[in-house]
Structures are given as C-alpha cells and as structure tokens.
Design a protein around this ligand. Structure first.
Ligand SMILES: *[C@@H]1O[C@H](CO)[C@@H](O)[C@H](O)[C@H]1NC(C)=O
Length: 385
C-alpha cells in the first residue's frame, strides 16, 4: 500500500530526534522532506471519532497517530470553545497553542487562539516567556482561560500563547501546540500544569494517566485520564518508582540482546516519553549497538538495513526493577520500502544527567502499556493488548 511505503520514508527522512537540551524542555529535532510530508497530509487527512467516552471514572481522549511519529489530541480553550490539536508530551510540563498574532507562515494554516472572542480569558499582564525545545524555541505570552480535554474542564488554566512554531518538519505536522504531562517542577514560572489543575480541583478521581498507543493503521490510540482501563493491557501492571519527580524517569538495570549486555551495564536512567518517536541513548553506545546489529549498513547510513537481515534479529531486552521487557524486532525495526528497513535507535542523550540516560519513546510505549501514577510517583508497565 502506498502510504506504508511513504510512511517509512517519512519516518526515516524526518528522523525525529528529541533531545532534552535544558531542564525546561524537550522536543523534536526534525530534518525533512517537507514535500513528501505535505503530499502525505493532503492525501491522507483522516478522521477519527471526536467523541470522548467517559467510562465510569476514566476519561478517554482519542489520539491521532501521526505517521507513528507523534500522538495528537484535541482540546478546547475559551468560552465559547476554540479547538486545538496538541502534541501530547510526557517530557515537558507546559501547554502552548498558537496565538492569533502569530505571523509565522506555519501558524496561518492552523487554528490560533483569539482572546478577544473568549469571555473567560484572563490576561497575565502579557508576561513574555520562552520555551526551549531541542529544535528551537517558542516565544509568546502567558494567558489564562478555561481548557477542556475529553469533557474535563480545567478552569483558570495558565498556558502559553505562542508567536511562532517549532521549525523543521514539525511545521508541517497538523498541530497547533504541545501539551506537557510531566511534573510541575518543569513548568514555566511555576504555573500549574493542566494535569495538576484537574487533580487539585477534583476533576479527575485519581491522579493517574495512561496511554494505549497503537501503530498505524491499527485501532485508535488513547490517553486515559483519572484512571486506567485494564482492557488495554495483558497481565498485571508492574510498578517502578520514579527516580526524581520532574521527568517521568526510572532506573533501568541493564539493556541486553542475545544474553549479552549491550548498554546500561551497572544500571542507567530512562525517561518514558510519548513525545519522542524512537529509542534514544548516548551517541557512542548507540553507534556500537547499531554496528553490531547491522555490520553492513545500506547507503552509508548505519540505521538502514536490508529487511531480510532483520528476520533473525533478537529482541532488545530492557531489564527494569528485576523484570525483563523485551522489544521484538517488530517494534524496533520499521519498514522503509520492500527491502529497506530502519533501526529505530538514535543517539544524542549524552548531555543529560546522568550521562547514560535513555529515552524510551513511542517504540517502547507501543509495546508496553504505561501508567503514569502521580499519586505514588511510579510508572506501571504491562504488555499492551
Ligand atoms: C480533532 O478535531 C477535528 C475537528 O473537529 C476532528 O476532525 C478530528 O478527528 C479530531 N481528532 C481527534 C484525535 O479526536
């Protein structure tokens, strides 16, 4: 099917790499064949249900899977509601959407927030702020208004109205902003993140959220707020403590393949991040893993491998809190074309602290249903259905 080939190409040429640069924020570094992506968007703009289902105490928000690279959900801001599509991110804590005064060409195509038409808008004295992500920064002003997600209402939510969007291929993605679900310690100027607002005001019954994310074109993906729908995982959840309440970071015992430790010998840290597409680690370690998996790369690109040679590749095993979490090649290899496959490992995390920190992005989260438990500062993991 055409889109599959295209999808792989896009995934490869985009090479979305998300590298935390500062404690403030993190986002994708993208390189990119914009033409391809544009065509893809024109041809495949698709529809998902806009109905959020409230199942007892759990609010399920449908997410749009954008090319297996990011997951995007709808929110509204203001009264009457203005709708926005936001990239869901667990490694930042701010919410921002495009401002009506954003002049960047990429802003005009999408929705922009207009404070003049919202009766619940409150000004924050035009406080100018800057959010720094891996691929650039957002500048804008703080504002406060009512934000709705999946029928839940966060009153007096402070967010950022941005004057620009992130550069690179993300400009082409169908989004109007980013919603961060990390801890409040990372939020700009100490403003309470939306999840904290919902929790503090008793809008959600339990301080947890979880994702079920599928790969294109399977069943739609979901963000669950306030509870966990156990129909989306197999076996019991295994709990892992969060190392430090900031990012959703945990300790990994080791990473192995074929019974050989390939990384993280002696333990390391890992950030669970739905805002990252791939598996990221320190550049030199990733390089040596890639060399051992793929001794004869295609087109001089260490991550491109002949698909027929991937058939015998063993699972990559992440051992966390004494439990093994294997990722079979089905998860960590993506098809670019009939014969060309892509290994979804990326370098770039060596500037994080500690130096051996991994980012377990969508590749990992598609295999393992993940619960983010703010009440107990822990992560729950179980095989996704
Ligand atoms: C978001 O809203 C748009 C416009 O109403 C709709 O077409 C789209 O399907 C929605 N996306 C999701 C993931 O619910």
């Amino acid at each position: 099917m055409k889109w599959l080939v295209l999808l792989g190409l896009v995934a490869f040429s985009e090479c979305i790499v998300k590298i935390p640069l500062t404690k403030v924020n993190i986002m994708q570094e993208t390189l990119g064949e914009k033409g391809l992506l544009n065509n893809f968007l024109k041809e495949h703009a698709y529809r998902l249900s806009k109905i959020s289902t409230r199942n007892s105490d759990i609010t399920s928000v449908p997410l749009r899977n954008f090319l297996d690279l990011m997951y995007i959900g709808n929110i509204t801001i203001g009264s009457p509601p203005q709708q926005f599509s936001v990239i869901i991110d667990t490694s930042s804590s701010d919410l921002w959407v495009s401002f009506i005064y954003c002049q960047a060409p990429s802003c005009s195509k999408y929705l922009r927030y207009n404070p003049k038409t919202s009766s619940s808008f409150q000004s924050d004295e035009g406080k100018h702020i800057k959010l720094t992500y891996g691929s650039g920064s957002i500048t804008g002003v703080l504002a406060t208004d009512t934000v709705r997600i999946g029928g839940l209402i966060a009153k007096s939510q402070t967010f950022v109205l941005s004057m620009n969007k992130l550069s690179g291929a993300l400009e082409q993605a169908p989004y109007d902003g980013i919603m961060g679900l990390a801890y409040p310690s990372l939020a700009i100027l100490g403003t309470p993140p939306i999840f904290d607002n919902l929790n503090k005001n008793g809008i959600i019954s339990e301080p947890v959220f979880a994702f079920f994310i599928s790969s294109w074109p399977h069943k739609s993906s979901l963000l669950m707020l306030g509870g966990v729908d156990h129909a989306y995982h197999k076996g019991a959840l295994k709990w892992v403590p969060v190392t430090e309440a900031g990012l959703w970071q945990i300790t990994v015992d080791r990473i192995s393949m074929n019974r050989k430790v390939i990384a993280c010998s002696g333990g390391c840290q890992a950030i669970l991040d739905i805002g990252s597409s791939y598996l990221l680690g320190p550049t030199d370690i990733v390089r040596s893993i890639l060399r051992s998996i793929n001794p004869s790369p295609l087109q001089n690109e260490q991550r491109l491998i002949s698909c027929h040679r991937t058939i015998t590749l063993p699972p990559v095993i992440f051992t966390i809190n004494g439990m093994d979490y294997p990722l079979t090649r089905k998860y960590y290899i993506q098809k670019v074309s009939e014969d060309i496959c892509f290994i979804t490992f990326n370098g770039g995390t060596e500037n994080l602290s500690p130096p051996e920190t991994w980012v377990l992005g969508d590749i990992f989260l598609r295999a393992y249903f993940t619960v983010f438990d703010r009440g107990n500062n822990r992560i729950g993991l179980a095989r996704a259905v």
